[in-house]
Design a protein around this ligand. Structure first.
Ligand SMILES: O=C(O)CCC(=O)C(=O)O
Ligand SMILES: [Fe+2]
Length: 422
């Protein structure tokens, strides 16, 4: 809660260190800082950012969040995001699944579209609860503008390092095209003595978009770094944002930039007794942009793609279509399946788990979050939807194969029957 003194992050839990990038130094074009950012973005895809200059905007957003979340649930539900794949709006705790078994999430959040924030008082996508709307000109729009400025700086740097013609990545993320870019304010309830400290409150996932600019105060965020099979906490550092690469940018770059799997669990130790608040800005590609590696414009990306023939670098989907599918699938209501479908899904899930484990072992790379994730399975070159359809197709062929087998037996059987009687 804004203004509350929070207990320190415990020293006895497993954490993963991230590189600290200094935004002030980065903007001067300092080559050491640029190299360090490149190292972070191409290894784990996560880094801390200090001196980002967004402290006031972040603090105003947390105030807006506290007022919005204090509304009665009934009021917040009038602005629910719905089940049709739209992200902006309110999401109540328990509306999303955190894993394939259907375990529910424990966080509530409000997503505010960059398009609504920048067009205010015009409405592009939807309306928001009164305290959110009142804060759009004073808190939300300034936070969105600052976040875009920072993420666009990263895009320009990555553009240069990837050897792309000037402005390529920025043209895939135009500020003035409608997109899924949005600010998200998340609240998790206190979870004192929670027995299932290992149960995610926000399920394991990779971020759909291109870049995320995250601010949290309490622990709970965990990453599974490449080459590991265990979760590590990311220690929150005062005044430092946590930045990460998402699936779309990873795809554009032919997987040179890494989109890493992460999740949120209850804060460790005594911190679990406090409400957990976090704030993210997601930069996502323009709605009309097709999600595919930019091979024609960069020999570096073309080479990276060529070295990964197992991976599909052309989704054939626009950012709008891809994003809507991901959001929709997270909703628990869209996961309700009949008992027959349930067992079929379970079979498919087992297949997916095998394929995913195989992918990690074979390539040393992370999967993109499986059923909750948004990306491709490296060893199959398919995204989770495509992989699921392929497995479904194979499973549906089984009865046909059995009949074929039976018919071929019938064809050879007379010979067997006639033969012995001779
Ligand atoms: O709350 C956090 O620390 C992380 C949130 C997150 O990963 C997300 O909203 O995508
Ligand atoms: Fe995330």
């Amino acid at each position: 809660m804004p203004g509350t003194t929070l207990p320190p992050f415990p020293t006895d839990v497993r954490t993963h260190p991230l590189l600290v990038i200094d935004y002030d130094i980065l903007r001067t074009g300092d080559s050491t800082e640029l190299d360090r950012l490149w190292d972070a973005a191409t290894s784990i895809g996560f880094w801390y950012l200090k001196n980002h200059g967004a402290d006031q905007e972040v603090s105003d957003m947390f105030d807006m969040g506290a007022e919005t979340m204090a509304l009665p649930l009934e009021e917040k539900m009038k602005f629910e995001q719905g089940d049709d794949g739209r992200s902006c709006g309110y999401k109540a705790a328990g509306a999303n699944a955190v894993d394939a078994s259907g375990q529910l999430d424990a966080v509530e959040f409000i997503n505010i579209s960059k398009d609504d924030a920048l067009a205010f008082p015009n409405i592009v996508h939807r309306t928001y609860p009164a305290p959110t709307t009142a804060a759009i000109p004073t808190a939300v729009a300034p936070f969105v503008r600052k976040s875009l400025e920072i993420n666009n700086t990263f895009l320009r740097i990555f553009n240069d390092r990837l050897g792309l013609p000037e402005g390529t990545l920025e043209r895939l993320h135009p500020n003035d095209e409608h997109s899924g870019s949005e600010a998200r304010l998340i609240k998790s309830p206190p979870m004192p003595g929670r027995a299932l400290a290992d149960t995610a409150t926000l399920g394991a996932h990779t971020d759909f978009g291109s870049l995320s600019f995250l601010h949290n105060r309490l622990g709970g965020l965990q990453v599974m770094p490449p080459g590991h099979t265990e979760w590590f906490y990311v220690r929150p550092l005062p005044g430092h944002a946590i930045c990460n690469v998402g699936d779309a940018l990873s795809l554009f770059s032919g997987s040179i930039l890494q989109s890493n799997i992460h999740r949120v669990v209850p804060p460790p130790g005594i911190q679990a007794e406090y409400e957990r608040w976090s704030l993210v800005f997601f930069t996502r590609p323009g709605n009309s942009k097709v999600l595919r590696a930019v091979v024609d414009d960069s020999p570096l990306i073309a080479d990276a793609v060529q070295k990964r023939p197992d991976q599909n670098f052309d989704t054939g989907s626009t950012a709008a279509e891809w994003f809507a599918r991901r959001v929709k699938y997270q909703r628990i209501k869209n996961r309700k399946v009949s008992r027959r479908q349930e067992s079929k899904k379970r079979t498919m899930h087992s297949c997916l788990v095998l394929v995913r484990a195989d992918a990690v072992v074979k390539t040393g790379s992370r999967d993109m979050g499986g059923k909750q994730g948004y990306g491709t399975y490296p060893c199959s070159g398919l995204n989770s939807d495509q992989l699921e359809s392929t497995i479904e197709l194979w499973l549906s062929c089984i009865p046909f194969l059995i009949i074929l087998h039976f018919l071929s037996l019938l064809a050879v059987l007379p010979a067997y029957i006639v033969e012995p009687s001779r």
